[in-house]
Design a protein around this ligand. Structure first.
Ligand code: PGA
Length: 246
């Protein structure tokens, strides 16, 4: 069993998504994997209605950490729960780099999601410059340490981690299976060190995963699934990933 989670980002419209979700429900029914999709906030009601009674998990791509208040334009964990969301992506590289989210803010969001029984999908990953300067492990460790501040082991176990090298996102250039496996393994090791435990934390890979490389990437012991952008936008492209078998 692997996690196959789509991240739609700011894509699709109401009608297209409605058809997509209906088809997704059918395809996911016969899958061995845990299938999920993160849609724009305004379509969560649609996801709730169409995916009702299915085995497809769904959620949002961000949230604010406060539960309510004067925060114009923001969406709270309570609101996501209102739409029965299972999960929320936090600290995606586009949030970090386009919207300048800091590890500290992301940490607040992870804590808030956990307090509200939402599964956080905590994304970490290095930029191309950091990779070229051989800082990948250092950057990821800092993102993990700061993102997980004040979180206890029992709660940390509920988090889904996603290794998403920034240079691989939306570029068509995926990390090699060896690189992805190496870093996902590193993440698991560091989490075990941080929490002084021996637990098999869930770590996904994300960055240009597609029909072409899904088997190569997921046939690795430390890669527990994929967070998929571009290839999750149509059922035709997403189906081979949903149907992945070891
Ligand atoms: P991509 O996006 O699959 O289009 O590279 C992955 C992500 O950003 O989660």
């Amino acid at each position: 069993m692997k996690y196959i989670i789509g991240n739609h980002k700011m894509n699709l419209d109401y009608i297209t998504l409605k058809g997509y979700l209906k088809a997704l429900k059918k395809v996911a029914k016969n899958s061995d994997n845990k299938v999920g999709v993160c849609v724009p906030y305004v379509y969560l009601d649609l996801a709730k209605k169409v995916l009702k009674g299915s085995n497809v998990l769904y959620g949002a791509q961000n949230m604010y950490y406060k539960e309510a208040g004067a925060f114009t334009g923001e969406v709270s964990p309570k609101m996501l729960i209102d739409f029965n969301c299972d999960m929320v992506i936090l600290g995606h590289s586009e949030r970090r780099h386009i919207f300048n989210e800091t590890n500290n803010e992301i940490n607040n969001k992870v804590i808030s999601a956990l307090n509200n029984n939402l599964t956080p999908i905590l994304c970490v990953g290095e930029t191309l410059e950091e990779r070229n300067n051989k800082q990948t492990k250092k950057v990821i460790l800092a993102q993990l340490k700061q993102g997980l501040k004040n979180i206890e082991l029992e709660n940390a176990k509920k988090i889904i981690f996603a290794y998403e090298p920034v240079w691989a996102i939306g570029t068509g250039v995926s990390a090699t299976a060896l690189d992805a496996e190496t870093i996902c393994k590193y993440i698991k090791e560091q989490l075990n060190k941080l929490f002084s435990t021996e637990f098999n934390f869930v770590v996904l890979y994300g960055g240009s995963m597609s029909e072409k490389n899904v088997s190569e990437l997921l046939n690795n012991p430390s890669i527990d699934g994929g967070l998929i952008g571009g290839a999750s936008l149509t059922i035709e492209k997403f189906k081979p990933l949903i149907n992945y078998k070891n």
